[in-house]
Design a protein around this ligand. Structure first.
Ligand code: BGC
Length: 430
C-alpha cells in the first residue's frame, strides 16, 4: 500500500488548498471553527473552482480510450468515480466460461460440439462496454488482436465462423473438445441514438433466434438492462443462460429463474464515492476522509472495495461475480454499504447544493440502482442534490438545464459521450 501513502501525502497537500479555498469562499460560518460554510450557496467561489466529479462515463477519447486528462484535472477538486472496467471484464468472462464448463451437458443443447453465443454490446465508444466485450472474447478464446488490443467491434453475424474480427475458440471439458463461436454481436443503439438500449436488445434476440435457433447456447450482454430484455423476451422460455452486468435487483432475482449471472460493480461504493469526494472538498478536509481514513462518524471503505489512481484522479470500485451460488446476498441493489452508512454532523458538514445529472433517465442501471443509492447517501452526507435526467442522446438536453451554475456548490456529471467533457467545463469556465 505504498501507493496509498504517497496519495495520502498529496491528499493532505490538496486538503490544505481546499480548506483555504473554503475559508476564502466568503462563507460566514466561521464560528464553528470547521472552516466550512453556513449552508448557503458558496456563491463567491467561481464556478470553475467548485468541486466537480465525473462519474460512470470517464472523460476519454471514445475511439482510442485515451483519458482526457484536462477534464480529469479541471481544478484541484476534480475526480472521476467509476469502477475497474478491466478487472470486471475479466470477472464476467471467467464467470461465463466456468458456467459452460460446469454445465456442459445442458449448455450444448443440440449436441453439435459447438457452443454458440450471441453478444449484446452497449456502446462501441464507451470504455466500460469495450472492456466487457474484450473480457468475454478473451475468456472464451474468441478474441482477435489488432495493434496489441483485442478487437471490440461488433461482428454482425457469423454463422460459419469465418468472421475476421473474432475467431472460433476451443474449450476442453471432461476430455472432449468443444468449439466456441460468437454467432452474432451488435451495438444496441436505438433509432434516436440512445445506446445500451434494452428494447433494441429485446428485438435483437428475436432476430438472432430466428436465424440461429438452437445454435444459441449462451447469451452475453454488456449490461443487465439489455440482458434482462433478452431474457424476458426469449431466453427464459428457451432455457438459454443469459449473463449480464450491474447486479440490478431484477437481474439478481432472475438468477432463480435461469438468468446465468451478473457482475456487481459495487454501485453502493461508487454512489458513495461520487458524493463523498464533493463533500470532502466542500468541507475543506483531506479527500481520503470517510474513504480510506475513517471520518468522525466512523465511515470508512474496506480496502478491497476500491482503488484510487492518483495519475488518473480516479476512484475505481472493484467488481464481484453474482451467480446461483451467492445471489441471495445481492437481492437489494439499492442498499447502502453498511460501513459508510453513518450520518454526518450537520454542524461540521452543513447542507450544500449539488447539481447532478444522469445521461439518460431511461438507463436501467443508473435509474434503478445508482440514483436510488445516491438519494440515500445525499441525506447521510447533508447534500441537497438536484437530479437532472437526460435523454441519452445529446449533451445540450442536459447542459440546457445548467443555466445558473452559480446556484450550486458542486457538480456531479455523467456525460452522454465520453468525449464531451468540454460541453460542461466550458459552462463552468464562463
Ligand atoms: C453500466 C451500464 C450503463 C452504463 C451507462 C455502465 O457502467 O454497466 O448498465 O448503461 O454504465 O453509462
Amino acid at each position: 500500500m505504498r501507493k496509498k501513502t504517497a496519495f495520502l501525502t498529496l491528499a493532505l497537500a490538496l486538503g490544505l488548498t481546499t480548506s483555504l479555498a473554503a475559508c476564502s469562499s466568503g462563507d460566514d460560518a466561521g464560528t464553528d471553527g470547521s472552516g466550512s460554510g453556513s449552508g448557503d450557496s458558496a456563491s463567491s467561489v467561481a464556478n470553475k473552482d467548485k468541486p466537480l466529479v465525473w462519474f460512470n462515463r470517464q472523460p476519454s477519447n471514445s475511439s482510442t480510450g485515451e483519458l482526457d486528462k484536462a477534464a480529469l484535472s479541471f481544478n484541484d477538486d476534480t475526480y472521476y468515480v467509476g469502477f475497474d472496467a478491466n478487472q470486471g471484464a475479466e470477472v464476467q468472462g471467467t464467470m461465463i466460461k466456468e458456467y459452460i464448463e460446469e454445465n456442459i451437458a445442458t449448455v450444448d443443447k443440440n449436441g453439435d460440439g459447438i457452443i454458440g453465443y450471441v453478444l449484446a454490446i452497449g456502446d462501441v465508444g464507451h470504455n466500460d462496454s469495450i472492456a466487457r466485450t474484450r473480457g468475454v472474447r478473451k475468456a472464451l478464446g474468441t478474441s482477435v488482436e489488432k495493434d496489441g488490443n483485442i478487437i471490440s467491434e461488433p461482428i454482425g453475424t457469423n454463422a460459419d465462423g469465418k468472421a475476421t474480427n473474432v475467431q472460433d475458440g476451443t474449450l476442453e471439458v471432461d476430455g472432449k473438445e468443444y468449439t466456441i463461436r460468437e454467432l452474432a454481436s451488435q451495438e444496441m443503439k436505438n433509432n434516436s441514438g440512445a445506446t445500451w438500449d434494452a428494447a433494441t436488445a429485446g428485438n435483437g434476440i428475436g432476430t438472432w433466434a430466428s436465424s440461429f435457433g438452437e445454435q444459441i447456447d449462451v447469451i452475453a450482454s454488456n449490461n443487465d438492462g439489455m440482458g434482462m430484455s433478452m431474457f424476458n423476451s426469449w431466453s427464459k422460455d428457451n432455457d438459454v443462460p443469459t449473463f449480464g452486468y450491474d447486479a440490478n435487483s431484477d437481474a439478481v432475482a432472475a438468477i432463480a429463474e435461469g438468468y446465468g449471472g451478473t457482475i456487481s460493480q459495487h454501485a453502493d461504493v461508487q454512489a458513495y464515492l461520487t458524493l463523498r469526494v464533493l463533500r470532502n472538498a466542500l468541507d475543506g478536509v483531506d479527500v481520503d476522509t470517510g474513504i480510506g481514513t475513517a471520518d468522525e462518524a466512523g465511515n470508512v471503505l474496506a480496502e478491497d472495495t476500491y482503488t484510487y489512481s492518483e495519475e488518473d484522479r480516479s476512484y475505481y470500485a472493484l467488481n464481484v461475480a453474482v451467480t446461483a451460488e451467492n445471489y441471495e446476498d445481492f437481492t437489494d441493489s439499492t442498499m447502502v454499504y453498511e460501513p459508510v452508512s453513518k450520518q454526518l454532523d450537520a454542524a461540521k458538514s452543513p447542507e450544500k447544493k449539488v447539481w447532478l445529472n444522469i445521461y439518460n433517465s431511461g438507463d436501467n442501471f443508473l435509474g434503478s440502482t445508482y440514483q436510488p443509492l445516491l438519494e440515500k447517501y445525499d441525506d447521510l452526507l447533508n447534500l441537497k442534490v438536484e437530479y437532472i435526467g437526460g435523454d441519452g442522446q445529446t449533451e445540450s438536453n442536459i447542459t440546457n438545464r445548467l443555466g445558473n451554475p452559480t446556484e450550486y456548490d458542486a457538480f456531479a456529471i455523467n456525460m452522454v459521450k465520453t468525449d464531451n467533457a468540454a460541453s460542461y467545463t466550458s459552462i463552468l469556465n464562463q
